[in-house]
Design a protein around this ligand. Structure first.
Ligand SMILES: Cc1ncc(COP(=O)(O)O)c(C=O)c1O
Length: 423
């Protein structure tokens, strides 16, 4: 974990953490798996760029436009370095991870998949890494093969490998579950996939903010991430794609900036990555994302991971001691702890905690198949990040305990603690 002085220094960078709520208490922000907060260097970069260097990119020959283009291109280089891509042309800026997955689904899968081809994924997937593949299947006749998760929230590597067949075209797999926090052993899964020439997409929305990534060592073909989960503004994310695949892929959006030559009846496309970035992109978002990546690198992703995981583990074991409370998952939990209190609906719990100044998430977390398997429509999720403290974790436990006492006997939502059942 970070030392107290380190943590104090980090927290000073995040103005929102000093926001006082109605009863003069500081906000306790534990919804980092949904979106993270922004540190001053990112806010300042955004503001300074907007105040002094903003213009549209790639179009002007005047100084401001050149400066803006340079800053945007530099952000691409920073992201390439952040995930150790071979070249910055392998980074496509998108709105978010969802758009990046859709881009691969449209530009790659729809083009190359045939009836009977198989897409292997897991039952842990966020809807963002499931629904686009369902659409691919509808359009091409391919089919989804879903690997079940284990009762502790992990994925059995052998089960994934056993699912690979001559028909498997793609493995689309999360790097870290947004419900259990489980970090998936990608390396062994991907090397088995590569032996069978299966194309691999990693949903890094939860992994990239918490873990150092080297796409060349990992050998994945595609990796996606969202800026708003890694200290950057919303509306910016990226797709990493191996150069050879990006070159073969079709664009998803057409128009300005993505073309080479245009005639009245036809057009040719720009080189990668520009051919995937039609229209004016989120220029200041990309520049701020570059700064966020530098900030995370400066602090150290492994240390961020260890800090968040230690807090989540502490919260998990303390929550487990509370009456009628069940913590989901156990193998490893990144910064996430998802739980259920038998006597309190997760939405009631989240509202109760809100009155205590604590922000957590309640719902299905965009994983309805996973929740269906758990046999519950919703769960409560607290997610920790680099700026959270042990004291905040303790306040969470106290507040959950208070909620349990408050609701106890008033309304029984779940009856019995849920058990895993087959979908
Ligand atoms: C694992 C995972 N994948 C994908 C997404 C989608 O991210 P976005 O909404 O930023 O596209 C999320 C968001 O919660 C996620 O947790």
């Amino acid at each position: 974990m970070f030392t107290t002085p380190e943590l104090e220094a980090i927290r000073k960078d995040f103005p929102i953490l000093f926001r006082t709520l109605a009863d003069d208490r500081h906000l306790i922000y534990l919804d980092n798996a949904a979106s993270t907060q922004k540190p001053k260097p990112v806010l300042q970069t955004f503001q300074k760029f907007s105040e002094s260097s903003y213009a549209n990119i790639h179009r002007g020959v005047y100084r401001l436009s050149l400066e803006a283009t340079e800053a945007y291109d530099q952000a691409r280089k920073t992201i390439a370095n952040f995930i150790k891509a071979k070249s910055e042309v392998e980074i496509v800026f998108t709105r978010n991870a969802t758009e990046a997955i859709n881009l691969v689904a449209y530009g790659f899968a729809r083009k190359y998949f045939h009836p009977g081809d198989e897409i292997v994924l897991t039952e842990l997937e966020h809807h963002a890494n499931l629904v686009p593949w369902q659409q691919v299947c509808q359009a091409t006749g391919a089919k989804i093969v879903a690997i079940p998760f284990e009762p502790d929230g992990s994925i059995d590597v052998e089960k994934v490998i056993a699912a690979f067949s001559a028909r498997t075209k793609m493995l689309a797999i999360t790097g870290c579950s947004n419900v259990f926090g489980t970090i998936i052993p990608l390396k062994s899964i991907i090397s088995a996939a590569k032996q069978q020439r299966i194309v691999v997409l990693v949903d890094g929305a939860q992994l990239v903010p918490h873990y150092p990534i080297n796409v060349q060592e990992l050998e994945c073909d595609f990796l996606v991430a969202s800026g708003h989960k890694m200290l950057a503004p919303s509306g910016i994310g990226f797709l990493y794609g191996r150069r050879e695949w990006l070159a073969l892929m079709d664009p998803m959006l057409y128009g300005g900036d993505m073309i080479n030559e245009v005639w009245i009846d036809r057009a040719t496309w720009a080189e990668i990555p520009n051919k995937f970035e039609a229209g004016t992109p989120n220029i200041e978002g990309a520049v701020a994302l570059g700064k966020a990546a530098e900030y995370l690198q400066h602090i150290g992703l492994m240390r961020i991971h260890q800090h968040s995981e230690a807090l989540a583990n502490y919260a998990a074991s303390a929550l487990q001691q509370l009456p009628n409370t069940r913590v989901l998952g156990s193998s490893n939990r990144s910064g996430i702890v998802t739980f259920l209190c038998t006597d309190v609906h997760p939405h009631d719990l989240a509202s109760f905690l809100d009155a205590e100044g604590i922000a957590i998430r309640a719902g299905h977390h965009c994983t309805q198949p996973l929740h269906r398997k758990l046999g519950v429509p919703a769960t409560a999720r607290a997610s920790f990040y680099l700026y959270n403290t042990q004291d905040e974790a303790e306040r969470l436990i106290e507040a959950v305990e208070k909620a349990i006492h408050f609701f106890s006997g008033k309304k029984v939502f779940f009856g019995q603690p849920p058990v895993l059942k087959e979908t």
